[in-house]
Each structure stands twice: as C-alpha cells, then as structure tokens.
Design a protein around this ligand. Structure first.
Ligand SMILES: [Fe+2]
Length: 232
C-alpha cells in the first residue's frame, strides 16, 4: 500500500502510470474469464496477465463475484481456476518472453446477501490468503445486520476485508472508524485515485489513506481497457 502513497497527489482524471506496479500484488481483480461481469474471454484475460508481467506485477488474486446475480460455487471456481492457470503457464512458456510467471491465486469477492449467509453457514468460502475474507456491500445501503454478519465472519476465524470502502455512499467517517475499531481490513480500489468512481469516492480515498486505514490495494480490474486507462 505504501508504494502508492505519493500517487494521492496525482492529478485526478489521469491514470497512474505503469511504473508504479513494480513488485505489486493485486488483491482484487475480475480477470478469471467468463464467471462474472469481468473478463469474458480467455484471450482477453491472458492479454491482461501479459500486461501485468510487463508492468512488473508479481502476484494476482483472482476474486470473481459470488452474489445472488453470480452464484458461483467454490467448486466451479476452483475448476475454472485450475484450467485458467494451466492456460496462462502454457502461454507464458510459449512466449518465452523473459518475464517471470505471475503468482496466481484464487479467492472471491463476496457480496453480503442471502446467498452469502447460506455459504457462511456451510463454510463454503474462498478465503483471501490465510484467514481473510473479501466482502462487499451495495454502494447505497448497508446490508441488514451488517456489523453482526462481520462478527459472525470473525467468529469462524476469518478477518473480513472490506472491498473498496471509499465507494460506499452510505458510509461516513464515523462509520469507517467503527469498522476499524472492529478490526475490519480495508482494500483500496486503485481507480478511485484518479476519479473513475467520482469525486466523493476520490475524496473518501484521500481521507482513508491519510488515516492510514488501508491494508491492501487492488485494481478491481474488469477489462483490458480499464488497465490501459489506469496505466496511461
Ligand atoms: Fe470487484
């Protein structure tokens, strides 16, 4: 996260430049093809990973949506991940491009909805590394019993990571402070830094960065066009 600290001074509405991705771990992306509203073809997904290699990214977490609109199961995602990883390794080998292979990992972005409560009860979850779980909510209103659900996640030994807190219109500074006191981790969406999600998200991202409340960073990449915009 610290490597992006100076970028908060970057002029809004321009991208971040490719140079700042050296050594970067992307904790949030929708690059796994054909599972949600992110990348839809294998070729586009491989294009994105080639661009990541060139920019010096070292590690990528594939975090497809699991929500009522995209009811992906853990098993289906794991199967798709294995075949995608194989396709990527073959592509990397065939190019002999001189770049190191990216470290690819599978997790999920869990919308807190009824489907999630069901999966939580059955422990059918894809953690974000050791002991963490990436969650999101609607941008406009908190889910029912939101804080109780976060405590339930903690009770089974997982630390909730709130995806892109700066994008939730219903959260104010006191709300953020309360979540931090609960031990919730925050993940910054990089495009918030150049105003892709509007002025309010940009200002909230500045505030959360100044408070030192971001724990990890992700692109939340949904398309190769978004990558080109971010790195220009
Ligand atoms: Fe996302």
């Amino acid at each position: 996260m610290l490597m992006f600290g100076s970028l908060f001074k970057h002029k809004k509405q321009s991208g971040l430049g490719a140079g700042c991705f050296k050594g970067f771990t992307d904790w949030h992306s929708h690059i796994l093809p054909d599972v949600d509203d992110g990348f839809s073809t294998l070729e586009n997904s491989l294009d994105a990973l080639r661009a990541y290699e060139q920019a010096g990214v070292v590690s990528v977490w594939l975090t497809p949506h699991i929500m009522e609109d995209y009811p992906n199961t853990v098993f289906e995602l794991q199967e798709k991940f294995v075949s995608f990883k194989e396709a990527y390794f073959q592509d990397n080998l065939s190019r002999n491009a001189g770049f190191c292979c990216l470290n690819l990992n599978l997790s999920a972005e869990n919308m807190i909805d009824n489907l999630f409560l069901n999966r939580l009860e059955k422990r059918e979850l894809l953690p974000l590394g050791e002991g963490r779980l990436l969650v999101e909510t609607s941008y406009y209103s908190a889910p029912m019993n939101f804080e109780a659900v976060l405590r339930e996640i903690q009770a089974i030994g997982l630390i909730p990571v709130l995806a892109h807190p700066e994008r939730y219109m219903y959260m104010d500074n006191a709300y953020y402070a309360r979540l931090k006191r609960m031990g919730i981790l925050f993940q910054l969406d990089l495009p918030s830094l150049y105003g892709m999600y509007g002025r309010l998200s940009y200002k909230k991202a500045l505030y959360l960065q100044k408070k030192g409340w971001y724990d990890m960073t992700g692109t939340d990449l949904h398309s190769i066009e978004a990558w080109n915009q971010m790195t220009k």
